[in-house]
Ligand binder design. Structure first.
Ligand SMILES: Cc1cc2nc3c(=O)[nH]c(=O)nc-3n(C[C@H](O)[C@H](O)[C@H](O)COP(=O)(O)OP(=O)(O)OC[C@H]3O[C@@H](n4cnc5c(N)ncnc54)[C@H](O)[C@@H]3O)c2cc1C
Length: 379
């Protein structure tokens, strides 16, 4: 029997497992294939929904389902922390000492923010990238009656557009709450423009300027001065705040960092088309865990899992499994509380945001609700 072992039961791992369960149903039913997911969490969190919690537009319970409920019943689910992958013996080991031999292993352990990299941040700032952080920010916004708002970004981080979305939604929210004239908004970004890619940066610049959002470029966060309530950059700039929202730099999982394969930040060296781990033919990496030069986004996890599932099924059936991933990404971008744009791009074709509109915003809301269907790997 062939064994596929997937480490991580988030978006990428779940989509891949469910696709395999459907596409290789005859092999699974015939006992020729087993798909195993090792998950260190019992709940699957739809992370893009976190953006809406501070504005009271989503509740945490709407974003969570049991991992075992979102996985196809033919997938074996193991709860535990994967701690080691032995590429020579082809075994993944968990913290409980359980060993999972594999024919094909897939690393889908995601990424996480590292607030500790910025001293003072956890004490004085807000991070909406976790449920607790988003709820804490919601409470702060409930009582916010105007003042200096600073939104600052560290690189790299998942969902590159989320900080832009939060800023434009916040500006709209402050207007609708009637406190915009008492509110200064500053957006701090580490590069020369407010976003990495030129076309999206131009869109953000236009939107920010038309709404009076100040932009601080080349702003690399050093620390938060909690006494003075100032955000300090490595070149000594100090920006005072009443409300500080930070998207801290991210790293790959501890599993990746300790695997012996990753770079210092925990990103796994991954073939940009075949998605195999560098120099390995039977270990693959999908989702945020890769070192690929594309967005760390759920849509990437979706497109990668589609390609990898097709290749694994082909290989299990004796074929070469040669479909290639070309860097496809699709992201909606909220430009306020009732308008949005979107970008679609790949390695060869840069993004080109469409004019923001209400229908695109409604499409994003529908897409959010469709996540649970998407996870099933049928679209
Ligand atoms: C605020 C916010 C907004 C976002 N908005 C969007 C958006 O609009 N569009 C979009 O496309 N994307 C968006 N994203 C990004 C998207 O959620 C991620 O890119 C996506 O979840 C990545 O999938 P993944 O499977 O790689 O990682 P995850 O979904 O994070 O899953 C990784 C899983 O692996 C588990 N794991 C880690 N280590 C181990 C281990 N050792 N053993 C077992 N399990 C382990 C983790 O606990 C986790 O469950 C957003 C993210 C955030 C935070």
């Amino acid at each position: 029997m062939k064994e596929v072992v997937i480490v991580g039961g988030g978006t990428a791992g779940t989509m891949l497992a469910n696709r395999l369960a459907r596409d290789a149903a005859p092999e699974i039913a015939g006992g020729e294939l087993r798909v195993t997911v090792i998950s260190n969490k019992e709940e699957h969190l739809y992370q893009p929904g976190l953006l809406y919690i501070p504005f009271r537009l989503k509740k945490p319970e709407e974003l969570m389902r049991k991992v075992k409920e979102v996985l196809h019943p033919s997938v074996r689910l193991i709860f535990g922390e994967a701690v080691h992958i032995d590429a020579e013996r082809k075994v993944v080991t968990t913290d409980g000492g359980q060993r999972f031999p594999y024919d094909y292993a897939v690393i889908a352990t995601g990424s996480h923010p590292e607030p500790d990299q910025i001293p003072g941040l956890l004490e004085a700032g807000h991070i909406f990238y976790t449920v607790d952080g988003a709820l804490k920010l919601q409470q702060a916004m409930d009582t916010f009656q105007g003042g200096k708002v600073v939104i600052a970004v560290g690189l790299p981080h998942k969902c590159p557009v989320a900080p832009l979305e939060f800023t434009m939604m916040f500006e709209d929210w402050a207007r609708k709450k009637g406190i915009r004239d008492k509110t200064d908004i500053t957006y701090c970004y580490p590069l020369a423009r407010p976003y990495g890619t030129e076309s999206v940066a131009n869109m953000a610049q236009r939107e920010f300027e038309s709404r009076g959002v100040h932009i601080e470029t080349f702003f690399l966060m050093e620390e938060v001065d909690t006494k003075k309530k100032e955000l300090v950059s490595i070149d000594g700039r100090r920006i005072p705040f009443d409300l500080l929202v930070v998207i801290p730099p991210h790293k790959g999982s501890t599993f990746s960092q300790k695997s012996g394969f990753s770079d210092e930040e925990g990103w796994m060296p991954t073939d940009r088309n075949r998605l195999n781990l560098a120099d390995q033919t039977d270990i693959f990496v999908i989702g945020d865990a890769t070192n690929l030069p594309i967005s760390k986004a759920g849509s990437v996890a979706h497109f990668e899992s589609e390609i990898l599932a097709a290749n694994l099924v082909d290989r299990i059936r004796g074929g070469p499994g040669e479909r290639l991933y070309h860097g496809k990404v699709f992201c909606f971008i909220e430009t306020g509380l009732d308008k949005a744009t979107y970008i679609a791009f790949d390695y060869a074709n840069p993004p080109n945001p469409v004019t923001p509109s209400k229908p695109v915003h409604w499409a994003k809301l529908s897409y959010n609700n469709m996540h649970w269907v998407n996870l099933q790997g049928i679209m």
